[in-house]
Ligand binder design. Structure first.
Ligand SMILES: Cc1cc2nc3c(=O)[nH]c(=O)nc-3n(C[C@H](O)[C@H](O)[C@H](O)COP(=O)(O)OP(=O)(O)OC[C@H]3O[C@@H](n4cnc5c(N)ncnc54)[C@H](O)[C@@H]3O)c2cc1C
Ligand code: FES
Length: 256
């Protein structure tokens, strides 16, 4: 099933998953049945001064119980409004949007930094559901900023810049070490642009194909406004639309 739907999603669960970060689960049958890892939804907020909907990556979707999970940092008006919703509240959203990750590879490594970890939870579940293996490398400034740190502590590789959890340093440290000693089929990354560039470099050295998800500011989310173009996504001298051509790209196409 594909295509985008408008939905009044009903909030059914909410939790704090790090300092200033939330996990919210909605009953959203139309989106949950269609969503693929790497796609996103546009969430309409009723906060004053937020005319435009806000993009959030799909962090989990279960077509059977019709649930949609979002994990996000509370950074401004829109995400603050969302974080204040209570169970039973309706939130308008549309999606799923954009091109998601290509799955099907067997032995995969997933690299996420900060809020870029959000879509990788869904990707990991999907790869494992399809019978592949997915090793998640998670990076954050410190322990308090790492979303779902208690979940990630079992079975994932963690790197924090201050060493408060996992290895001290950037997530590219363990990535370089792992790819030197083990052959993966595919890598996927989401996070800040400097991290993505370092991951691209490490994967190129290891001869490992990589897909990256870019996060830009967005207007419409559907290719109509050019609000999502950025220096990192240009092809043959023309801006790509991150919302429609992405947000997932092959690394060699983007990140100059
Ligand atoms: C495809 C896509 C998927 C995303 N998925 C997630 C996700 O799963 N979890 C998550 O926490 N965030 C995600 N983001 C970022 C999220 O959209 C922004 O944090 C959100 O729109 C901020 O809205 P706001 O009204 O709260 O903040 P605003 O009041 O609009 O801005 C507050 C601050 O946040 C900064 N900001 C706003 N938008 C972005 C952005 N896109 N990237 C970086 N900084 C921004 C502004 O520059 C400003 O400093 C995603 C963005 C895109 C494009
Ligand atoms: S956000 Fe409008 S064209 Fe991409």
């Amino acid at each position: 099933m594909s295509g985008m739907v408008y939905e009044e999603a009903r909030l059914v669960g909410s939790a704090d998953i790090a300092e200033g970060m939330k996990r919210m689960t909605f009953l959203a049958p139309g989106i949950a049945r269609r969503a693929r890892p790497g796609q996103f939804v546009m969430v309409s907020t009723e906060a004053r001064g937020t005319l435009l909907a806000r993009p959030l990556g799909v962090s989990g979707a279960d077509p059977e119980d019709e649930s949609l999970t979002l994990r996000f940092a509370v950074v401004g008006k829109g995400t603050s409004w969302l974080a204040e919703r209570r169970n039973g509240d309706a939130v308008r959203m549309y999606g799923p949007l954009g091109h998601g990750f290509t799955t099907g590879a067997k032995d995969c490594v997933l690299i996420g930094g900060g809020t870029g970890l959000a879509p990788l939870f869904f990707l990991k579940e999907e790869i494992e559901r399809e019978g592949g293996s997915a090793l998640l490398l998670a990076g954050a400034k410190d322990r308090l900023c790492l979303m779902e740190s208690d979940v990630l502590e079992s079975g994932c590789v963690i790197a924090t810049e201050d060493g408060s959890l996992g290895e001290r340093g950037l997530v590219t440290g363990p990535l370089r070490r792992l790819t030197a000693g083990r052959r993966f089929d595919m890598a996927y990354a989401c996070g800040p642009v400097p991290m993505l560039k370092a991951v691209k470099d490490a994967c190129a050295q290891a001869g490992l194909p990589l897909e990256v998800s870019l996060e830009t500011r967005m207007g419409c989310g559907v290719g109509a406004c050019n609000g999502c173009t950025c220096d990192q996504a240009v092809k043959d001298g023309a801006w790509l639309k991150v919302c429609k051509d992405g947000p997932v790209f092959r690394a060699e196409e983007v990140l100059r």
